[in-house]
Ligand binder design. Structure first.
Ligand code: UD1
Length: 418
């Protein structure tokens, strides 16, 4: 087991380039099996979720090679339609493979997927969407069997704009003969990237980024070289790291246009932010000011994946603020650790009331999920003394060597084996 050890108090300064987005890479890796040709992805971060997804693809029969930040998937010999149990339980994104596998084999068997422990995270919307495309789903002993022998295009309406379910139905419909429409689709920028990737392979998808996505089936997709969009959550986390230390940083290759909600909250807290093309410059005040309220929402609302980092910022801001988590039901699990570091956070159900304190103190704390782990690191950057964040492996799921990135900005942080 590894941990991050941080000595707080350093003001972050400098320039950093933002990595390719985890949430774009994962569905695109899944979609790469929609063609038998070779797919090359550039700028893929070294994160364990991507490594696990690549491992699943290999078990299914693909040849996956990695050279630095370039990943190549050759699914010409794809032979398996049953998803490996252990890895599926490790990452929730394994569920993305359901649509593409059905598209290739017209059958698929999956187990209930895993991922962060941030709530129930059911897959009913995925299954309901696929049923609308004629897939017969039966569940037996923890396994989900999908029979796609009668798959056809259709009209899919989601009661809630689930990101994963939208992507799954998109991928399942790409090779069906006719037009599929997804209503009340999720609008996240990574869905637009998936659409653009599929279209670059010869698919015909339009409307991503809006509430209605139309997929006109094509007979065949070809290989492509693709660079996923930059990671707006990593960018947001780095800005938050600078903000909590009263620092001044510049991010290049940053998706500012997709970060309106996050930038607006950081500005409300007193940060001066300049946006120029793919560049974001943030200058933080010595002490942040609390915003009155933040509510997480599907995009373009405030992203749930940035909520807990803002909780850490609010913990040391001047004044009192409220955060309401509307997307996942169990996302304040790190409030207890922040309180152990001196914060004053009161949680009840989906609401957290935060009274800002002047100082946090180093402590030994534990990451329980990816973003919560990152938030504890941010708190450590600001705390007096030494903070140890256990379970660095959870942070590695979505941040490429966070210690190197923050270290490059002047943070005193190291990885240690326990
Ligand atoms: C994706 C992101 C994740 C982000 C989340 C919300 C990826 C790889 N992951 O996850 O980082 O936190 O969007 O922005 O892109 N739900 C159901 N039934 C379903 C599916 C979802 O009830 O079948 C619920 C979930 O429990 C949750 C909400 O819908 O409460 C949002 O989930 P969803 O949008 O599907 O998130 P993911 O695709 O899992």
């Amino acid at each position: 087991m590894e941990a991050f050890v941080i000595r707080g108090g350093k003001r972050l300064e400098g320039t950093l380039r933002v990595d390719g987005a985890k949430n774009a890479v994962l569905p695109i890796l899944a979609a790469s099996i929609l063609t038998e040709d070779k797919v090359t992805l550039e700028d893929v971060p070294q994160i364990t979720d991507a490594a696990h997804m690549a491992e699943i693809l290999e078990i299914l029969g693909c040849r996956v090679t990695r050279s630095g930040r370039v990943l190549t998937v050759d699914s010409g010999n794809l032979s398996q339609w049953e998803m490996p149990d252990r890895l599926s339980k490790q990452i929730r994104s394994s569920i993305f493979l359901l649509g593409p596998i059905l598209s290739r084999f017209r059958k698929a068997t999956v187990t209930y997927p895993g991922g962060c422990e941030i709530g129930l995270r059911p897959i009913d919307l995925h299954l309901r969407g696929l049923r609308r495309l004629g897939v017969v789903v039966t569940e037996e002993g923890g396994l989900i069997h999908c029979d796609g022998s009668r798959m056809r295009p259709g009209d899919v309406y989601f009661d809630y704009p689930s990101v994963g379910a939208t992507e799954n139905v998109m991928m399942a419909a790409v090779l069906l003969d006719g037009v599929t429409t997804i209503h009340n689709a999720a609008r996240e920028p990574e869905i637009v990237d998936l659409q653009n990737f599929i279209n670059a392979m010869g698919g015909h998808v339009r409307g991503a980024g809006s509430h209605a996505i139309e997929i006109t089936g094509v007979k065949h997709l070809r290989g492509v070289i693709w660079t996923p969009v930059p990671d707006r959550i990593v960018a947001g986390t780095l800005l938050a790291a600078a903000a909590i230390t009263g620092g001044e940083i510049e991010l290049t290759h940053a998706p500012g246009g997709d970060m309106v909600a996050v930038l607006s909250k950081l500005r409300e807290m007193g940060c001066d932010i300049r946006e120029e093309e793919a560049r974001l410059c943030l200058r933080a005040p010595a002490r942040l000011t609390a915003f009155a309220q933040l509510q997480t929402q599907p995009h373009p609302g405030f992203p749930t994946d940035m909520q807990v980092q803002m909780l850490a910022l609010l913990a040391v801001a001047e004044g009192t603020g409220i955060i309401v988590e509307n997307v996942f039901e169990n996302r304040f699990t790190h409030a207890g650790d922040l309180n152990r570091m001196g914060a004053n956070i009161l949680c009840s159900g989906r609401t957290a009331v935060v009274r800002g304190v002047e100082q946090l103190y180093g402590a030994r704390v534990t990451a329980r999920d990816l973003r919560g782990g990152a938030a504890l690191v941010l708190a450590g950057l600001r705390a007096q003394g030494e903070t140890q964040v256990d379970q660095a492996c959870l942070i590695d799921r979505g941040y490429d060597h966070l210690e190197d990135q923050l270290g490059a900005l002047g943070a005193d942080i190291r990885r240690t084996a326990l």
